[in-house]
Design a protein around this ligand. Structure first.
Ligand code: NDP
Length: 342
């Protein structure tokens, strides 16, 4: 059973050489009554938050539970989609297609109590269950609707807007009748947002020497909602341009994951006088929204109101470069690794 491990804790940016592809004997059986399921992994999700789990434990990161840390040599759990090959659990049968917490490996033994759900293999491409209909979709949906509480006509700004979560936030915002501007790191990404995903406007933040004045240009009437995927100077610039009673969904801080020195706090006096709500959230706390999210998003897809943007590499050996690439901005849309043809 081939699997990916980290060779050592990673401080700073991840590079391909921090990882190793290893092999272990493949056991395709489960003990009677164990309720375990062996899944052949088809699509693996590649997510920026994993870098926080690979670091050495610094005092500022104590909130990431020790149990969630990925130790060198250990298998790396990750969301994905797969097919059941052996089941000791009456809820699953051989050949069921499932989505849930798998790992960066070919086959995963899923223990009882681990998130695993059956998915309909017919209506949408299987990869969608690891992207727009999976955790990225739920993150965008919960963050936008539950945390930002949008109203029609409000002005919404999204960072890392061509990424997995960001592009979906923009699409939900348009469906809610908002005015949406996204920022991304290349012309190709900016064109995608404006020409294919319905954003009202978009810009390349790397070409803007002064983020505060750039946002003032794109939002002459101010920002009502900022969906923050990147943190640091972009958060500071967005807060400086927010309207009173503005809301910030603090979803991610990717620019700080590899470089904690980049941390830049927004002007808190501005936060007070503008009565801004800054709220961090984790998608896992919003599982009660899952059924509504799945039904609404499937319906949007069915009727062509939303589209999935995926960036798929092939083969388990491509996981390290797919992961390191997130921090270089290589991916356009949801980064996935496909293990076998489906
Ligand atoms: P993306 O698909 O957006 O991939 C990462 C993108 O971030 C890159 O393509 C790049 O795009 C951008 N990026 C990388 N480095 C920087 C940087 N230094 N400054 C600005 N942008 C950068 O990832 P996801 O959509 O999966 O995740 C987006 C954010 O949401 C992450 O911070 C992630 O940790 C967080 N997240 C939070 C969850 C939660 O429950 N709170 C759940 C899932 C994700 P570009 O070319 O535009 O720079």
């Amino acid at each position: 059973n081939k699997h990916i491990i980290i060779k050592h804790a990673i401080d700073g940016l991840a590079t391909e050489s921090d990882f190793e592809l290893r092999s272990a004997p493949l056991v395709l059986s489960v003990a009677h009554g164990s309720r375990e399921v062996v899944v052949k992994n088809l699509f693996l999700s590649i997510d920026p938050y994993q870098l926080n789990r690979m670091k050495t434990c610094s005092s500022s990161q104590k909130t990431i539970a020790a149990a969630a840390r990925i130790q060198p040599g250990q298998r790396i759990d990750a969301f994905g989609v797969g097919k059941v090959v052996v089941s000791g659990n009456e809820e699953f049968e051989r050949d069921d297609v499932v989505a849930g917490l798998l790992a960066w490996e070919e086959y995963t033994v899923v223990r009882p109590g681990t998130t695993l759900t059956k998915v309909d293999p017919h209506e949408f491409p299987l990869s969608y269950h690891a992207s727009i209909l999976g955790t990225s979709g739920l993150t965008a949906y919960a963050g936008f609707y539950d945390i930002c509480k949008p109203k029609k006509g409000e002005k919404v700004f999204v960072s890392a807007a061509s990424g997995s979560v960001g592009n979906l936030v923009g699409q939900y915002a348009k469906l809610s009748g908002c005015y949406v501007v996204g920022c991304a790191g290349s012309k190709r990404k900016v064109d995608l947002l404006k020409e294919k995903l319905g954003f009202d406007d978009a810009f390349n933040y790397k070409e803007e020497p002064d983020l505060k004045s750039a946002l003032r240009r794109y939002f002459p009437e101010g920002i009502d909602i900022y969906f923050d995927n990147v943190g640091s100077t972009m958060l500071d610039a967005a807060v400086a341009n927010m309207n009173i009673f503005g809301r910030v969904a603090v979803c991610g801080a990717i620019s700080e994951y590899a470089d904690p020195g980049k941390r830049a706090a927004p002007d808190m006096i501005d936060v007070i006088y503008k009565r801004i709500t800054l709220r961090g959230f984790l998608a896992v706390d919003h599982l009660h929204l899952y059924a509504g999210f799945l039904s609404a998003t499937s319906d949007h897809l069915r009727h062509g109101r939303m589209r999935a943007v995926e960036d798929i590499s092939t083969g388990l050996e491509s996981v390290p470069s797919a992961f390191a690439g997130l921090f270089r901005g290589d991916n356009v849309g949801k980064k996935l690794v496909q293990l076998t043809s489906v």
